[in-house]
Design a binder for this molecule. Structure first.
Ligand code: CAA
Length: 465
């Protein structure tokens, strides 16, 4: 049975920190953010927003747009790494908020859980719900998968320049207008790692930044190798002599902790793909240096990252590789549009991959490209760590959805934060009543109980008309 994404909605907090102001405050060259990382604005949550209300707002948008009633929704999953409760799942809060609009008990029939595996959990949630539909369990109901996160790092840490926040809701069903997933090719890779993690009770993660970058690349490559094996075995892709996967996937969407990570990941994966093709010799000649090989033959992540000689040469090789016409053509045609939205929003963890997908649809459509029948490859990564690679094909009805996409209009009027307001919000010095913006037609967090012992941690939300 077919299954895929029928529609997609986005909810981004309207407050933002400007990358140039931020760089100045932290004594950094603004070009490091703007050019080096591809970050120009970071969306920041107000004092009356949390990941649950971002998720509920994205759900409400997609339901209202598609005139869906709660009876038509059979599953509501939330994938997040911004959880605030060890037991009560975030989707229960979302259902509570939606029932303020649709009526008490209106979602009672609906199932779902909160999913966790850093930024990759949204992809696992998507896969599980797609299989619920494929298994014929949905009784013509839709599944809603919401990816919602607030990327928040310690003040003054190197992660602080890769923050952001927002939610994306995806409506799944068996006759999707947007994208149908390819069956039997979804591939994963997993390893117990400490590249980025957030122990109980800690609001910000412990991050080994460069280690996490390298681990991302290696895990995604491992999952891609398995994807290729499955795609060839199932006949999804039939490769002619001299071809690579690049000849069969029209667009790549990568997990985007920052926009330029998409470029980095593309370079790494394209190098891997082209290495065994006849074209590689020409590329090496154009680059003017041999591809470096790690000095330690074990090839473990620890041995690679501590091999400074190799890392320096490899970085030089990558710099030259991304300047080749071959890479530039692949980058422009298959990835560039997916990186645009991330620049002005920042990292939204679980939602970042899907923000890239959404961005690619909008900006390719604006360029006048016909996307009907195009295959999209997705490379999802979650620290800790696991990667998932899968693909799908754009459906003829996609225009119905994509023609109305307008990121700026959907975010609404944004307000730039001063450094002091940003730091006050970051350090939770404002209560929900002291929010900076006046909310309108959206769910907000009103109160978190801190005193009464039998109600401690209870959260109260409201829909502001
Ligand atoms: N002008 C232009 N470019 C500059 C520059 C300048 N003045 N100064 C530096 N740059 C470039 C660097 O050359 C580098 O480019 P390349 O990657 O192409 O080499 C880029 O800017 C970043 O510079 P650094 O690598 O020196 O940056 P850093 O080490 O200080 O921090 C980071 C970068 C590691 C990503 C850090 O922000 C961080 O830890 N972020 C949080 C963790 C993260 O996002 N990890 C990503 C992979 S893990 C994951 O994906 C899960 C997740 O969502 C967190």
């Amino acid at each position: 049975m077919a299954a895929g994404i029928d529609d997609i909605s986005i909810f981004i907090p309207r407050l933002y920190m400007d990358a140039r102001d931020f760089a100045e405050a932290r004594g950094l060259d603004p070009q490091k953010l703007v050019k080096g990382l591809g970050v120009s604005k970071m969306a920041i949550v107000d004092a009356n927003q949390d990941a649950a209300c971002l998720a509920a707002n994205a759900c409400l948008k997609i339901m209202q747009k598609n005139k869906l009633s709660p009876e038509q929704i059979g599953r509501l999953y939330v994938a997040t790494e911004s959880s605030f409760d060890e037991s009560k799942a975030m989707n229960s809060y979302v259902i509570g908020m939606l029932e303020q609009v649709y009526g008490d008990g209106s979602f009672q029939h609906c199932g779902g859980i909160e999913c966790k595996f850093a930024c990759v959990s949204g992809s696992y949630a998507l896969y599980d719900n797609i299989n619920w539909i494929r298994a014929g369990e949905s009784e013509d109901k839709h599944a809603l998968v919401v990816v919602s996160d607030i990327a928040k790092y310690d003040l003054g840490s190197s992660g602080e320049m890769t923050q952001g926040g927002g939610a994306i809701a995806m409506l799944l069903n068996e006759s999707p207008r947007l994208l149908e997933f390819d069956p039997k090719v979804t591939s994963t890779s997993i390893k117990n790692e400490y590249d980025f993690y957030r122990p109980f009770g800690k609001e910000t993660p412990i991050v080994h930044g460069q280690y996490s970058n390298l681990l991302y690349l290696i895990q995604v490559k491992n999952a891609l190798i398995d994807y290729k094996r499955k795609a060839l075995k199932t006949g999804l892709i039939v490769m002619k002599e001299g071809q690579s996967m690049l000849d069969h996937i029209d667009y790549f969407n990568m997990h985007l902790p920052y926009s330029n990570m998409g470029k980095k990941a593309l370079a790494y994966l394209v190098r891997h793909e082209l290495r065994s093709t006849p074209k590689w010799k020409e590329i090496i000649a154009e680059i003017g240096m041999e591809e470096p090989i790690p000095n330690d033959p074990r090839g473990t992540i620890e041995s690679i990252i501590s091999d400074l000689d190799f890392m320096t040469k490899d970085s030089e090789f990558t710099k030259r590789f991304v300047r080749t016409d071959t890479y530039q053509e692949i980058y422009e045609n298959k990835v560039a549009s997916s990186l645009i939205a991330s620049k002005s929003i920042g990292n939204i963890y679980t939602a970042s991959l899907y923000l890239g997908f959404r961005s690619c649809l909008e900006y390719e459509f604006q360029k006048g490209v016909n996307l009907d029948g195009k295959r999209f490859g997705f490379a999802s990564y979650g620290s800790g760590s696991s990667a998932m690679v899968f693909s799908g094909v754009i459906q003829p009805e996609y225009i119905e959805i994509v023609k109305d996409m307008n990121l700026e209009a959907e975010i609404g009027e944004r307000q730039k934060l001063s450094l002091s307001d940003y730091e006050e919000l970051h350090e939770n010095k404002r209560t929900p009543e002291q929010s900076i913006l006046n909310a309108k037609k959206e769910f907000i967090l009103e109160h978190v109980e801190k005193i009464s012992s039998d109600k401690r941690g209870e959260r109260r939300y409201a829909f502001v008309k």
